[in-house]
Design a protein around this ligand. Structure first.
Ligand code: ADP
Ligand code: MG
Length: 373
């Protein structure tokens, strides 16, 4: 079994094989060696979230056998879409574990009163999502202390804020690059789905409930009704409507690397990540209503950020002007990166890997600031 496991691990390396081994062999072998959980293992704590497709709680273990990990956990009780979410989390766990919250186990719980539910268990990564952190007045300085673990003495100002935002963007793009290299498009990237992991002191992605794995054809048909209109890219379908819908899994596996190249579905997430970048640079665009207003303005400018800038800059508030100033630092590399992420045509948007190699990230971010000190 171990030999088969080792072999299939090689096969499941991202980009090597489209995931057959990963699906059938490795998944099976790995499950044999991992701790499993049952309904009665959990003591329900605080409710963390509730959506149309499930409820999320912080939970602790009723008793703590040594084989199971210590500390608090997160439980999502999901509807029928939970099956896909479990599949995505299992795949992420094996192919790009650092991109997302640490997934422990998923199972079908059929004894509940509401009928069958899927239960998903993660390690509790931390109290704050990026949405919680950006809503606070001290942002981005609150994030700096979380990542570095100490209060900095350097004077506050644009340079410093830019270095913190750059560090957050680098971590977010790194996580996205992991997902995309595995063939997964998240489709619901937004500050509420980016969690700060207190253990690793980095940002990780959560909520694979709307994700699609195009290399093996799981959730191939776009569930556009799942998409959050606040952060969704203008294209309604992440795959061209010309592509045949829902081929069988083997067909999709054969076709999808080609379809991926043709349609660049990953760029849907890049648009959403660009909006997060924008909101971090401009405090006045952080609320839902101001983001919706921004999207209306951008649409009027035919999704051209430079046109938008021309239209708002002459009568910009001091707050808005400060955002432009931040993005204009170092010869405008920040603005350049932002405009290459938020573009109407998916094809013209930069990839996650491309963005990580962008000159905006040439400096080391807040880690360099702390060394300078
Ligand atoms: P939903 O479908 O309700 O959006 P999410 O998976 O996004 O479900 O989880 C809802 C909320 O629960 C998140 O916004 C976050 O605050 C919290 N949460 C989810 N997973 C974790 C985790 N691993 N660690 C800590 N908090 C989490
Ligand atoms: Mg969510």
């Amino acid at each position: 079994l171990l030999a088969v496991g080792a072999l299939s691990y090689l096969w499941a390396t991202p980009g090597v094989a489209p995931g057959f081994f990963d699906m059938f062999v490795l998944a099976f072998v790995e499950r044999l060696f991992r701790p499993t959980y049952r309904k009665d293992d959990f003591v329900l704590g605080k409710k963390l979230g509730e959506g149309a497709f499930g409820v999320v709680y912080r939970v602790s273990l009723a008793k703590k056998p040594s084989s199971k990990k210590d500390g608090d956990l997160v439980l999502k009780k999901a509807t029928e879409y939970g099956a896909v979410e479990i599949w995505m989390n299992e795949r992420v766990r094996r192919a790009c574990a650092n991109s997302c919250a640490d997934f422990l186990y998923g199972f079908l719980e059929s004894s509940s009163k509401k009928g069958a539910e899927y239960w998903l268990i993660w390690r509790f990564e931390g109290e704050d999502t990026l949405a919680d952190l950006t809503q606070r007045k001290e942002f981005p300085y609150n994030v700096e202390t979380m990542i570095l673990g100490e209060v900095q003495e350097l004077p506050k100002g644009l340079e410093r804020e830019n270095a913190i935002i750059q560090t957050i963007m680098r971590q977010l793009l790194f996580a996205l690059d992991g997902l995309h290299s595995t063939g997964i498009v998240h489709r619901d990237i937004k500050p509420q789905n980016v969690i700060f992991s207190e253990g690793s002191r980095t940002f990780k992605i959560i909520d694979l409930g709307a994700a699609a794995d195009l290399r093996v054809g799981i959730n191939y048909v776009p569930k556009e009704f799942l998409l959050d209109p606040r952060y969704a890219a203008p294209e309604q379908y992440i795959m061209s409507t010309q592509t045949p819908s829902a081929p069988s899994a083997p067909m999709a596996a054969a076709l999808s690397p080609v379809l991926w190249q043709l349609n660049l579905p990953d760029r849907f997430d890049i648009y959403s990540a660009g909006l997060i970048f924008l909101q971090m640079a401009f405090p006045s665009i952080r609320s839902d209503s101001s983001l919706i207003q921004f999207k209306r303005q951008l649409k009027r400018c035919e999704y051209d950020l430079n046109e938008w800038r021309k239209s708002v800059e002459p009568r910009a508030s001091p707050d808005l002007r400060r955002g432009f100033e931040l993005l204009d630092l170092d010869g405008g590399v920040g603005w350049e990166l932002l405009t290459s992420m938020v573009r109407y045509k998916a094809r013209q948007r930069i990839s996650a890997k491309g963005a990580l190699a962008h000159p905006y990230f040439d400096r080391e971010g807040i880690l360099a600031l702390s060394v300078m000190q």
